[in-house]
Design a protein around this ligand. Structure first.
Ligand code: 13P
Length: 251
């Protein structure tokens, strides 16, 4: 069985280099004997070089977003090449906290990341659910846009899909998606990926879940949801809960 993947999205929770260094030092100390899980942390841009230097090879580093542009005249943007040079091997694209204002950029961001050789965590997820099941077509539309949109040449081998229902982000663990509903969505995502990319390619793309994951709900989501791991916000910013999630993922 392939190793599970645990991605921590620090958002703006951890702000200073000394906090990031403390986190990594404690994490390395306590996680010494935890192997069998791939770990990626996505700090803010300003912490990327610090974290990349401190993390060593055990923990990979991700950007939280990436510029869709590759020419220089874009004030305030951070290109995929810059991310890579700062030590990132991964980047999160299409997170709902950015999609709201820049969803149209997602295909170009995926292309920019792949051109620079970065692995992409592609976030998809509906804003709300209604009984008619419209959330399935929302997710299918996001996958088609991201994977077929840029130039019709998806680099599927370098994509991991993270299903993050927006309504379940930043809540109490009890309000996360129930495992049975996750399973249903994962089956749907797998079928959509197979339709878009061909079965052989589509079924190989790992699917993560994100949205109020912590040590309480993670075992059930993992066991029943048929997922390859998690994309975690808040619980990835506290060493004890993050290590706990590493342990759960390695089982
Ligand atoms: P929480 O785990 O804090 O709900 O955040 C989920 C998320 O948005 C990860 O990208």
């Amino acid at each position: 069985m392939k190793k599970k993947l645990l991605v921590g999205n620090w958002k703006m929770y951890i702000e200073k280099p000394e906090e990031a260094k403390r986190f990594i030092a404690a994490c390395k100390r306590k996680a010494q004997n935890i192997s069998g899980v791939d770990v990626v942390l996505a700090p803010s841009f300003t912490l990327l070089p610090t974290l990349a230097a401190a993390a060593g090879s055990r923990i990979k580093i991700a950007g939280q977003t990436v510029s869709p542009f590759d020419d220089a005249q874009h004030t305030g943007e951070v290109s995929a090449v810059m991310l890579k040079a700062a030590g990132a091997a991964w980047v999160i694209v299409g997170h709902s906290e950015r999609r709201a204002t820049e969803g149209a950029l997602v295909p170009a961001q995926v292309a920019a990341a792949h051109n620079a050789g970065l692995m992409v965590v592609l976030c998809v997820g509906e804003t709300e659910r209604d009984p008619s099941g419209a959330h399935f077509s929302v997710v299918a539309g996001q996958l088609a846009q991201a994977l077929m949109g840029a130039n019709g040449k998806p680099a599927a081998a370098k994509v991991v899909v993270a299903y993050e229902p927006v309504w379940a982000i930043g809540k109490d663990a009890s309000e996360a998606l129930p495992p049975a509903e996750l399973r249903e969505m994962v089956i749907f995502i797998r079928k959509t990926l197979a339709d878009l990319l061909g079965r052989a390619v589509g079924i190989k793309i790992p699917i993560l879940y994100g949205g109020s994951v912590d040590a309480h709900n993670a075992p059930g989501l993992l066991a029943e949801g048929d997922i390859s791991g998690f994309l975690v916000g808040r619980a990835s910013t506290e060493v004890t809960s993050f290590i706990e999630l590493m342990r759960i993922c390695k089982k």
